[in-house]
Design a protein. Sequence first.
Length: 333
Amino acid sequence: MPPVRAVTPEDLPNPLPGAVLLVGDEELLVERAIGAISAVARRADPAVVETAVVGSQLEGPELHEMLGPSLFGDSRLVVVRAGQDVRTAAATVLGPYLQDPGEGATIVFHHVGGVKGKALLEIARKAKVLEIGCSKLTRPDERAEFVRSEVRRCGGRISPDAVGVLMDAVGSDLRELAAVAAQLVSDSGGDVDLDLVRAYHRGRAEVSGFAVADLAVVGRSGPALEALRFALSVGVPQVVIADALADGVRSIARVAAAGRGDQYALAKKLGMPPWKVKRAGAQARGWTESGLREAFSVVATLNADVKGEAVDAGYALELAIRRLGNARGATAR
């Protein structure tokens, strides 16, 4: 799988290849890639005919019209989103076009990955089409690199210590990270440093999802619940808070399993920032192996709850914080 990053027009070959494969379920990265491909296609031919379809709605025969030779020599760009949902009849028509789209045509095939609809994914890969990774950025170091690349894309620079603070303040949502990066570059004139990030997020960092998580994972359930209610009242998304709680549990488990050692050596081994290794090491005190297993169950349930399983996602967050406190073996205070 190619490295996951936000693609720009400058990253793409010109002219475009006949087929491009996007693999992953991070909507921002998928949209960025499609936008970059469209920009390159329009630079080559301002009159390019662009068509977008969703895999589940594709019948098959219409592809002949979309991708077949044009009487007027027009360039064609066809984007198939959610290609894992393409039905069998349509896949039979689409497969050959992925191998050979035809002169003047470019087909962009998006697949979230996984086993569903894997046949078309394998056809595209066997044809050695250009593949762009669009998976969610689950590791902190990946999100840190995303922040750095967003700042560069906006024409700025960001200091290493500012990256960690920005991520703590904003959370893991790529759209929000991108928006804040652009705003900081605009406000600073280009140089984003620690003081600017702290000033920009003064007050907000204290009610971020990570602030709630930092209290919850050390057993301070009472203050964590207060921070949660305040965070929700000022609009911090429930999903972001749930992600922060899960990230906190994962970080503690990874650092605890790695054993003792220099934080910089452990950071390199684990692919985590040194400051996060140090913090997780301190938070790991008081946790047992059985407690961490229970904590993983708590955050897994919470993930489903905030994405629609629970009737009241806010209550699900409160319950998860209490359960994390019990898993650690500490009483709320």
